[in-house]
Design a protein around this ligand. Structure first.
Ligand code: SF4
Length: 316
């Protein structure tokens, strides 16, 4: 079992990183590699489909977001974007996936639903723009999953446990390693890409407005998809993280523990408690109360109807 990134680097030296993870999984869990690859082919297809659906937009459940992908797509299609197509597509695809998530559509959690736009945003944009064989994207998903599972041996991957660094930060790190792999980087470069991405998200808090995975989550996925691409680019150029990946993960856990409860998915701090955040939170609570009251009134009406329809026994 590979328990640390230090071990991974020694073990994977001069080898194909996806192959290392496939082999380890096969040995540890007795899952044949063909089965793993087939499952990930399906995940890639769901990601692709989700990106297409998400481009047309539509309001989210909480009505706070949902049309970001449509707006960016329109700007891109009409030549109103100024960044390079790879960057714009990474943002667009991340927004598409998160728009779908906010409308309760089918997405692939990578590693969580709230951070589910980062990895597909990066990988699918790169596949398209650099004409990468889709089968290599599938293998890059093996790499992303392998990196995430080593992090998960030390850290609990959820905003509630340690803030958004544990969700979007980890997603960006997984994606960065996968992108380095797709661009034929070495295992060491993938690990450094993961490290550069993760360490620059440390301290990122989880403060969803109104407790919904909408604000800041949807746009945050787009921004951190680009962050992950940048980390991969640096690592591929030979830039390395001074702090080793294992120590970064340990720091993330310590920071997560030190974060106050209000900044760990409780909607009791950060953006959720700004003036606007509070107003939105109150509106969401009021609407939920109204729906609850309407359901209770409906139950009461049905009970009264049944009661009056039940024949009463006359005394003999
Ligand atoms: S802010 Fe919280 S809910 Fe939103 S993506 Fe980050 S961890 Fe998930």
């Amino acid at each position: 079992m590979i328990e640390s990134f230090k071990q991974l680097e020694q073990f994977a030296k001069d080898r194909d990183l996806a192959e290392v993870f496939l082999e380890t999984d096969e040995q540890e869990h007795a899952v044949p590699r063909d089965q793993i690859l087939e499952a990930l082919r399906k995940r890639r297809a769901v990601m692709r489909d989700c990106v297409e659906r998400g481009k047309s937009g539509g309001l989210s459940m909480g009505k706070l977001v949902g049309n970001e992908a449509r707006l960016l797509n329109e700007a891109f299609q009409s030549g109103r974007t100024f960044l390079d197509p790879l960057t714009v597509k990474a943002e667009l695809y991340a927004l598409s996936v998160m728009g779908e998530n906010s409308r309760m559509g089918v997405i692939v959690a990578a590693p969580t639903a709230g951070a589910g736009g980062v990895v597909p945003g990066m990988l699918l944009a790169l596949e398209e723009e650099r004409k990468v064989d889709p089968e290599k994207t599938v293998r890059a998903l093996v790499v992303a999953g392998g990196i995430g599972s080593i992090i998960a041996l030390t850290a609990n991957i959820s905003g509630a446990a340690g803030g958004c660094q544990n969700e979007v930060g980890v997603a960006s790190s997984m994606g960065a390693a996968a992108v380095a792999y797709m661009m034929d980087g070495s295992p060491r470069q993938s690990i450094h890409a993961a490290a550069l991405a993760l360490k620059n998200t440390l301290g990122l808090v989880c403060d969803p407005v109104g407790g919904l995975v909408e604000v800041p989550c949807v746009k945050r996925n787009a921004l951190f998809a680009v962050h992950g691409l940048t980390a991969a680019q640096l690592a591929l150029a030979g830039v390395e993280s001074v702090i080793p990946m294992d120590e970064i993960v340990e720091a993330m856990v310590r920071i997560g523990r030190a974060l106050p409860r209000g900044l760990k998915e409780t909607a009791e701090g950060g953006l959720a408690t700004t003036v606007t955040g509070c107003e939105i939170g109150q509106r969401i609570k009021d609407e939920a109360n109204q729906r609850r009251a309407a359901r209770a009134a409906e139950r009461e009406r049905v009970a009264q109807e049944r009661k009056s329809a039940t024949p009463t026994k006359s005394a003999s």
